[in-house]
Design a binder for this molecule. Structure first.
Ligand code: CA
Ligand code: CA
Length: 709
C-alpha cells in the first residue's frame, strides 16, 4: 500500500518531471522556416541532382524528413492563413490569393505562445494585412496585433515580389534599404511599383540578419521565430519588365553555367538560402541552444513556373504531377524537415500524411500550451519524437482552389481525389470560343502505385470516389460545388434569431458576419433594430415575428443605443430596467422552446488602455440632455439574468474591452465607419466582433458551437 506521504513524494517527482519538459526556462524554442514557392524536388535530400543544398541535406541527416507533408494551399496567402490559424482552407474559406486580413481576434500560433510567455518574432512575407503607406500600417491585420512582439519584412504580398524594395517594415516603422530605388510609371508602367531601377540591398539578407539578431536577443528565454523567406519566388513584374524574374545579387557557383539567367538565379537563390540555414545552426550552437531548439523547414506551396523558371529544368516537382496552382501533388506537397537534437532521431523519415494546419497544434504541444478550439490540425509531435504508434491521423486532408484547372484535392490514405473544373473560367463567363473540357469530373489516383497521378482510376472505384466526396460535403468545406448533398441536408436545421440594437444589425453591427460563421444547417434571422432599447424594441411590436420564426436560439443584446427623444418609445433604460426586460424576453422565448443566449453589449466609444474594465461613465459617454449611459452595469444586468435563469451568457463587453486594449486605438479606428465610433462596424470590425462572439459561444454553448464552420 502506498502511504499518503509516499504518494505526495511521487506526485512531487511527477510535477518536477513535467516542469523539466515545460518549465519556464526549459521550454523549447521553435523556429519555423518557410521558403516561398520552393518545390518538392528542389532540395538534395528530396532528390534534387543539380542545385546544391548541403546544409538542408545535413539538417535532414541530423533530423527527420517528412515524405508526405502538404502546404495549406497551392498559393501564398491562403497557405499562410492556414499556418497561422491551424484550420484548413475548407474552414478559413480563403481558396485563392484574394485580399484577406487577420482581424486581431484569431487565435494564431503566435498569440497562443506569446500568451504563454514566449518571445515571438517573425521576418519575411506577412500577406494577411496588406498595406503600402505608413499611414495605413496600424491595422488589426498587422502581426503585432496577431501575437507577434516583432515582425520585420513585407506586409504587402505584392510588394514582396521585389527583392530590392526601398524599405521593409519593422513593426509599424518603415526601415529603409539603402540604395534601392523603385521604377516609376514613367520608367515602365508594367513595373507596378514592384521593380527597382537601382538595386543595391537584397531584402533576403537584411531579413536574415534580423532573424539572427532576434535569436541572439532571446537566447536566454523561450522563443518562437518564423523565418518566412520570400525566395525562390519570382518577381513576376520584374520578369515582364527585365526578362528575368529571379532577383539575386549574383549567381554564385552557377555564374559560369550554360543556363538561361532565370535558371541560374533560381538555383543561386536556393543555394544561398541553404547557406543561411547553415549559419543559423552555427548560431544556435554558438549560443548553446541547439539542443533545445526545434527547427522546421518547409515551403508555402509547390514548385513554381514563373519569372522565366521552368519546372522541368531542374525537375523542381520531382516525381509529382503539376506545380503551383494545381491540386495535384506537385502544387501542394512540400518538403518538411525537422531537427531537434536529442529529441528527434537523426536520419529518420516519416510518411505520416501531415499538413500546414498541423503546425499550430504541434507548436502548442511542444510549448506545453493548450491549442485553441475549432482547429483542424493534429499535432505531429509523436512522429517527431519517434513514436508513430501514438500518432493520431487525419480522416482526410483537404484543399480547394479558385485558380487553375483543378478546384479540389482530397487525400485519404493512399487515395487522392482531384476535381477538375467543369468549365474553363472563360467558358464559365459565357465565352463560346473557349474550349470546354469534355466532362466535369472527379479523378482518382492511388498514390502508392502512381505517385505521379498519371492513371485516373475513378471509374474502377466509384465507391471510393463517393466516400471521399461525402466526407468533404458532410463537413461543408469551402470550395465545393455544388455546395450541398443529401447527407448535409438531412442534418437537423437550426434557426437562430438575433434581437438587439444597431450593434447587432446586419448593416452596422456583427449580425451578418456572425451568420457567416455557421454551416448551412443553421439559418440566422436578424430581428435587431438600430436605436432601440429593450423596452422600445418590445413596445414597437417586434416580438411576434420572432416567435413566428420558431427559433431554436435567440441571441439578445441591447445596451448601446436608445437615445431619448429621437423617436417613438425610444429611451435609455437604466440597467435595472434593462434587467427586468431581459427577464421578460427570456420568458417569452422559453415559452416557445427557444433557448435565449444573453450577450452583454460591446464596449463603448472609449476604453481603458491599462486593460481594466470601466465601471463608471465619463462625460464622453453622455448622449446629451443630461443622460449618461451606464457602462458595465448594463453588461452586468445581462450576466445577472443569465445566472438567474440558467441561460448561456456571452461576455462580449469584457471580450471587446480586452480586444480593443490589445490592438490599440489606431488599429481599432480602422474598423469603424467614422472616427471615434467603436460600436458601429465596417466589414473588418464586424468580422472582428463576430469572431469574439464565436469564441465566447464555444465556451457558453458547446452544443450550438458544433454547427460553426
Ligand atoms: Ca508561395
Ligand atoms: Ca518532375
Amino acid at each position: 500500500m502506498i502511504s499518503l506521504s509516499r504518494l505526495g513524494v511521487s506526485l512531487a517527482i511527477a510535477l518536477q518531471a513535467t516542469a523539466a519538459v515545460h518549465g519556464q526556462t526549459d521550454r523549447p524554442n521553435i523556429i519555423h522556416i518557410m521558403a516561398d514557392d520552393l518545390g518538392y524536388g528542389d532540395l538534395g535530400c528530396y532528390g534534387q541532382k543539380v542545385i546544391q543544398t548541403p546544409n538542408l541535406d545535413r539538417m535532414a541527416a541530423e533530423g527527420l524528413r517528412f515524405t508526405d507533408h502538404y502546404a495549406g494551399h497551392t498559393v501564398c496567402r491562403p497557405s499562410r492563413l492556414v499556418v497561422w490559424t491551424g484550420r484548413n482552407v475548407g474552414h478559413t474559406g480563403l481558396i485563392g490569393n484574394r485580399d484577406r486580413s487577420l482581424t486581431g481576434t484569431e487565435q494564431t500560433v503566435a498569440r497562443r505562445l506569446q500568451a504563454a510567455g514566449y518571445a515571438t518574432g517573425g521576418v519575411g512575407k506577412w500577406a494577411l494585412g496588406n498595406v503600402d503607406a505608413p499611414a495605413q500600417v496600424d491595422t488589426p491585420g498587422h502581426p503585432i496585433h496577431n501575437g507577434f512582439d516583432n515582425w520585420f519584412g513585407y506586409l504587402n504580398q505584392g510588394n514582396a515580389h521585389n527583392y530590392f524594395p526601398p524599405f521593409l517594415w519593422d513593426n509599424l516603422e518603415p526601415f529603409a534599404l539603402s540604395g534601392n530605388v523603385l521604377m516609376t510609371d514613367a520608367d515602365d508602367p508594367n513595373a507596378r511599383g514592384r521593380v527597382s531601377k537601382k538595386r543595391v540591398t537584397w531584402s533576403h539578407d537584411t531579413m536574415t540578419e534580423r532573424a539572427f539578431a532576434f535569436v541572439r536577443r532571446n537566447a536566454d528565454k523561450p522563443f518562437l521565430l518564423h523565418i518566412h523567406w520570400t525566395i525562390p519566388h519570382a518577381n513576376n513584374e520584374g520578369g515582364r519588365v527585365l526578362g528575368d524574374g529571379m532577383e539575386i545579387p549574383d549567381h554564385g557557383i552557377y555564374a559560369d553555367r550554360d543556363w538561361p539567367n532565370p535558371e541560374k538565379g533560381f538555383a543561386a537563390m536556393i543555394t544561398r538560402m541553404d547557406a543561411d540555414v547553415g549559419r543559423l545552426f552555427d548560431l544556435l550552437k554558438e549560443l548553446g541552444i541547439d539542443g533545445r531548439t526545434l527547427v522546421l523547414f518547409t515551403s508555402d506551396n509547390g514548385a513554381h513556373q514563373e519569372g522565366g523558371h521552368q519546372v522541368e529544368f531542374f525537375d523542381s516537382n520531382g516525381p509529382l504531377r503539376g506545380f503551383k496552382r494545381s491540386m495535384h501533388e506537385g502544387g501542394i506537397r512540400v518538403p518538411l524537415i525537422a531537427r531537434w537534437p536529442g529529441n528527434i532521431a537523426p536520419g529518420t523519415e516519416s510518411d505520416h500524411p501531415s499538413a500546414f494546419w498541423d503546425y499550430l497544434p504541434t507548436a502548442c504541444e511542444v510549448a506545453g500550451v493548450e491549442p485553441p478550439p475549432g482547429i483542424d490540425g493534429i499535432s505531429y509531435l509523436p512522429t517527431l519524437l519517434g513514436k508513430p504508434k501514438e500518432q493520431k491521423t487525419h480522416e482526410y486532408l483537404y484543399w480547394a482552389s479558385s485558380e487553375g484547372e483543378t478546384s479540389v484535392g482530397i487525400r485519404q490514405g493512399n487515395w487522392k481525389l482531384v476535381q477538375y473544373r467543369t468549365k474553363t473560367p472563360k467558358a464559365a463567363k459565357g465565352d463560346a470560343t473557349s474550349p470546354t473540357p469534355p466532362k466535369p469530373d472527379w479523378r482518382l489516383f492511388d498514390l502508392t502505385t502512381d505517385l505521379g497521378e498519371d492513371r485516373d482510376i475513378a471509374a474502377e472505384h466509384p465507391d471510393i470516389v463517393e466516400r471521399l466526396k461525402a466526407s468533404a460535403y458532410r463537413d461543408e468545406l469551402a470550395g465545393l460545388d455544388p455546395p450541398k448533398d443529401a447527407a448535409a441536408s438531412e442534418e437537423k436545421q437550426i434557426v437562430i434569431a438575433l434581437v438587439g440594437d444597431s450593434t447587432v444589425t446586419d448593416s452596422a453591427g456583427w449580425g451578418l458576419a456572425f451568420a457567416g460563421k455557421f454551416r448551412s444547417n443553421v439559418r440566422v434571422l436578424n430581428f435587431a433594430a438600430g436605436g432601440r432599447s429593450a423596452k422600445s424594441w418590445l413596445a414597437e411590436g417586434r416580438l411576434p415575428a420572432v416567435l413566428e420564426a420558431k427559433p431554436d436560439y435567440v441571441f439578445i443584446q441591447f445596451g448601446h443605443n436608445g437615445q431619448p427623444g429621437k423617436g417613438p418609445e425610444r429611451e435609455t433604460d437604466p440597467a435595472t430596467t434593462y434587467r427586468d426586460y431581459l427577464r421578460q424576453y427570456v420568458k417569452e422565448f422559453r415559452a416557445i422552446g427557444a433557448e435565449p443566449i444573453l450577450v452583454s453589449s460591446v464596449t463603448r466609444r472609449d476604453f481603458i488602455a491599462d486593460g481594466t474594465i470601466r465601471t463608471q461613465p465619463t462625460a464622453d459617454d453622455s448622449y446629451g440632455e443630461g443622460v449618461t449611459r451606464p457602462l458595465l452595469p448594463w453588461a452586468e444586468a445581462a450576466k445577472t439574468v443569465a445566472a438567474e435563469v440558467d441561460a448561456p451568457f456571452i461576455d462580449l463587453y469584457r471580450a471587446s474591452v480586452a480586444y480593443h486594449n490589445r490592438i490599440g486605438k489606431a488599429a481599432s479606428a480602422t474598423f469603424s465607419p467614422k472616427p471615434g465610433d467603436i460600436t458601429h462596424f465596417n466589414e473588418l470590425g464586424a468580422e472582428a466582433i463576430a469572431n469574439l462572439v464565436v469564441a465566447e459561444l464555444r465556451k457558453a454553448e458547446p452544443k450550438l458551437a458544433k454547427s460553426l464552420k
